[in-house]
Design a protein around this ligand. Structure first.
Ligand SMILES: Cc1cc2nc3c(=O)[nH]c(=O)nc-3n(C[C@H](O)[C@H](O)[C@H](O)COP(=O)(O)OP(=O)(O)OC[C@H]3O[C@@H](n4cnc5c(N)ncnc54)[C@H](O)[C@@H]3O)c2cc1C
Ligand SMILES: NC(=O)c1ccc[n+]([C@@H]2O[C@H](COP(=O)([O-])OP(=O)(O)OC[C@H]3O[C@@H](n4cnc5c(N)ncnc54)[C@H](O)[C@@H]3O)[C@@H](O)[C@H]2O)c1
Length: 470
């Protein structure tokens, strides 16, 4: 007779570890299984090393504004790529060891590849377990053509990029999703000759054509972008020949960032007895993470609908709570917030432009090329467009490529999460001189188009309370 566990968590990434935190509150009778290295995609090969590389690249890029500021000698600065990459790994290792320490589950941890044998049965390393519930959080991996393996470290993904001790002088980046975009700009800013290949004009998932066009022309000033057929790669001397339609270049290395595929192979999802989509995934409830009425919960990037760190953590948290509950509960998901850490930051908050095309909305915008504080800092490039319901003024969403866009996006996310109108947002104090004044301009432009126009950013108040200032 095999042991019956209260739950088994498959995958110890950010989603699986968030589930673990919940499960541990309720039981000791669980296991967490992970195939491959522990420490999470985010800390090992994702968010953290990519941001470390970006910060080094942006620090070096700052020199391009020195002359205008009156600071001389920038031309003497140079990048020591091995040292940059060493720092990336050093700090990355600190983050990874922190993650491993925080999530140590002692004897409850199993190294191995889990396979479902049904909705309540799992096999790992030849041993079978019954479980009252199962949490599946196996994440994704970079899309990669097996034929490229023979090219060794001439064809990289973000799983291998940060392991390099140095990098070639010429790098092609395939794909301009958030990963390709962030890495293409960082590599270019580190002095590498970058050519990006995209199959369509699209960057960081932006759907607002004005925002996309603004970002696109800024990126084109930093590296070459070719839009055309899916590229093929061939060995060429010590390098790689990249061919897309009639475009042909030879580079030292290629970074493939054409998307990520769910880790479903050999996972046995077919044994759940529910239909699987063309990626091999069953339908799950986004608010409970449950698969149908089965005691099976899916969390994290494996479900690609919100492949973002904070969403993976939320999903693990929900899955962990519901795996332990008698009746799974629905949890309200947060306002969508996706940020690409290129400069200017690309961000989508709430509903995208594409999701609102058929709705009666007003659009407020700010072009950062003329915005005061952005000019002061020589960061005056970018566009923010926000969308509000014409009848009520309720803020629905925004897209941007904006200086300090990561912070503006959070402010907008807070407003949308709380159902604020443009007018209510205009009530907030805005200091001077700050980039948020640009956001206020966009809000005022939206407000001017609303059905009910206010005469001021300030609400009128009652005579008896008018002298009260909070
Ligand atoms: C380069 C890069 C940069 C990123 N930057 C950001 C960012 O700036 N901000 C942001 O919000 N998000 C970012 N992300 C996305 C973020 O990293 C993911 O949303 C998050 O890591 C997903 O976590 P997860 O738990 O779903 O998957 P993972 O962390 O990948 O965990 C899944 C685990 O399951 C294991 N596994 C797979 N199959 C099995 C099996 N059969 N049995 C047992 N274990 C198995 C895997 O080996 C892995 O350890 C980035 C991603 C990448 C790649
Ligand atoms: N800052 C962040 O929040 C951040 C950063 C990195 C990744 N992520 C998450 O990771 C996920 C994966 O990101 P990603 O960039 O790998 O994937 P993606 O699917 O978002 O983008 C891949 C891009 O490659 C293009 N493409 C596909 N095939 C191609 C080909 N043959 N040649 C050229 N281009 C091709 C696609 O059109 C798409 O634009 C994202 O969905 C995101 O949620 C987030």
């Amino acid at each position: 007779m095999s042991e019956t566990l209260d739950t088994i968590i498959i995958g110890a990434g950010s989603a699986g570890l968030a589930a673990l935190r919940e499960v541990r509150k309720h039981t000791d009778n669980y296991r967490i299984v992970n195939d491959g290295p522990w420490g999470t995609t985010c800390a090992r090969v994702g968010c953290m090393p990519s941001k470390l590389l970006i910060e080094a690249a942006n620090a070096f890029h700052e020199r391009t504004s020195f002359d205008t500021f009156g600071i001389r000698g920038a031309a003497q600065l140079s990048v020591d790529l091995p040292a940059v990459l060493e720092r990336v790994r050093e700090l990355r290792d600190v983050f990874v060891s922190g993650t491993i320490k925080d999530s140590d589950a002692g004897d409850h941890q199993i190294n191995g590849r889990a396979e479902l044998l049904g909705p309540t049965r799992v096999r790992v390393n030849g041993k079978e377990w019954n479980a009252r519930s199962i949490i599946v959080a196996t994440g994704t991996r970079p899309r990669f053509d097996d034929a490229w393996r023979s090219l060794g470290n001439r064809v990289l993904t973000t799983d291998t990029l940060f392991e390099q001790t140095t990098l070639g002088r010429r790098i092609a980046v395939l794909g301009l999703g958030p990963i390709g975009l962030e890495m293409a700009q960082a590599l270019a800013r580190l002095g590498i000759e970058v050519t990006a290949f995209a199959t369509k004009k699209s960057a960081a998932g932006l759907s607002d054509p004005d925002v996309l066009n603004t970002l696109w022309s800024l990126l084109e000033q930093e590296f070459a972008i070719h839009v055309g057929d899916s590229a093929t790669l061939n060995a060429h001397g010590d390098g790689v020949e990249v061919v897309s339609g009639d475009k042909r270049i030879v580079v030292d290395q290629v970074l493939v960032a054409t998307g990520r595929v769910p880790n479903v192979e050999g996972l046995g999802l077919a044994t759940l007895g529910v239909p699987l989509d063309d990626r091999g995934l069953p339908k799950m409830d986004p608010n409970t993470r449950q698969v149908g009425a089965l005691p099976v919960f899916i969390a994290g990037d494996l479900d690609p609908s919100r492949a973002l760190l904070h969403e993976a953590v939320d999903e693990g948290h929900i899955a962990g709570m519901n795996a332990m509950a008698d009746t799974p509960q629905d949890f309200r998901r947060r306002t969508l917030l996706a940020i690409g850490f290129c400069q200017p930051n690309a961000a989508i908050v709430g509903k995208s432009f594409k999701a609102l095309v058929d709705q009666d909305i007003v659009i407020g915008h700010i072009d950062f090329s003329k915005q005061g504080r952005a000019r002061v800092a020589q960061q005056n490039a970018g566009l923010l467009r926000l969308y509000a319901e014409r009848s009520s003024g309720k803020l629905l969403g925004a897209e941007m490529c904006a200086p300090a866009g990561e912070h503006l996006a959070h402010l907008l996310a807070l407003a949308i999460n709380n159902g604020l109108t443009v007018q209510k947002m205009l009530n907030m104090p805005i200091y001077h001189p700050v980039l948020e004044e640009g956001l206020r301009t966009a809000l005022r432009r939206a407000a001017a188009q609303l059905e009910a126009k206010a005469i001021s950013d300030l609400d009128k108040c009652d005579l008896r309370t008018r002298s009260v200032m909070d």
